[in-house]
Ligand binder design. Structure first.
Ligand code: SAM
Length: 275
């Protein structure tokens, strides 16, 4: 009979956030698959748990994943941990879960710390409907496509971001959604320097011009106001044109690309852009 895969969430800062169930699962597993074995070893030492560790991360998942699946199929129980938070949320755990599901292996997710949900809950922005957007790509084209797809998004949006990319991301969010859109910047959650800044995108850009971004961030961005579909289409298309021009494209090329993407006629778009 096959064993089992357990998804074990780990603290995103505060070590006291490991639940008893997580401790027990780690202690009872046959082996632990970890994103960075050094990071997980520190946690296991803190919990006084000794277990064989195998490495499973972005750049070895193609080789490591099938080996883990084979061991589970032979009857072993694996606990999967990531560096911090819930495995499979913006980390390669998602592929291991798929491999196990395809192989008919039972997967059990233990609830626990997740930076996205922790940040959303203290953002003071609407939590009734939200979407998780993870990290924006560093590739200009896919970044633009990602933000374009979110222009009319009404739900509260959740982004992960690293400190050295924060300034550029705030500028891009502001260009896409407008300076007056509200944002909650949730930094170093559950850690000593936990901080939540609730402001507009304009204020956030200005704040971080003067202040060096430090630590880990979750950005919670207010959704677009509800507007009529037709108004949204024209406004969205024009915003897309304006952003391309700001980024150095000629007006002609910007109109051509946006017309292709949205199906809006080139002439109408060009005329509206001139205005
Ligand atoms: N699986 C994790 C989870 O459940 O939250 C997320 C993994 S993702 C690779 C790492 C990102 O999560 C960081 O770049 C940051 O955006 C966010 N993050 C993790 N810990 C955080 C913390 N203590 N405070 C704020 N953001 C955090």
């Amino acid at each position: 009979m096959s064993g089992m895969l357990y998804l074990v969430p780990t603290p995103i800062g505060n070590l006291s956030d490991v639940s008893q169930r997580c401790r027990d699962t780690l202690a009872n597993a046959d082996f632990i698959a970890a994103e960075d074995t050094r990071v997980s070893l520190r946690l296991l030492n803190h919990l006084d748990i000794k277990k064989p560790l195998v490495s499973y991360y972005e750049h070895n998942k193609e080789q490591s994943g099938p080996k883990i699946v084979a061991r589970i199929l032979e009857g072993e129980t694996c606990a999967l941990v990531s560096d911090a938070g819930s495995p499979a949320i913006s980390d390669p755990g998602e592929d291991l879960v798929r491999l196990c599901a395809e192989a008919g292996i039972p997967v059990c997710a233990i609830p626990g710390p997740c930076a996205a949900i922790t940040a959303l809950s203290i953002s003071a922005l609407p939590t009734g409907r939200f979407c998780f957007e993870g990290f924006l790509s560093t590739n200009k084209k896919s970044r633009r496509a990602h933000l374009d797809a979110l222009l009319g998004e009404n739900r509260t949006m959740i982004f992960y971001e690293a400190p050295h990319k924060l300034r550029d991301t705030l500028k891009d969010l502001s260009a896409a959604f407008g300076e007056e859109r509200r944002i909650s910047l949730c930094r170093e959650l559950t850690k000593l320097h936990e901080e939540v800044l609730r402001m507009t995108l304009r204020e956030a850009c200005a704040y971080y011009e003067a202040q060096e971004p430090r630590g880990e961030y979750v950005l919670i961005v207010e959704g677009a106001p509800q507007v009529k579909e037709e108004a949204l289409t024209e406004e969205t298309a024009l915003t897309m044109v304006a952003r391309r021009i700001e980024q150095g494209m000629s007006k002609k090329d910007a109109v051509k690309e946006v017309s292709k993407l949205t199906g809006f006629p080139k002439n109408a778009l060009y005329e509206a852009a001139l205005k």
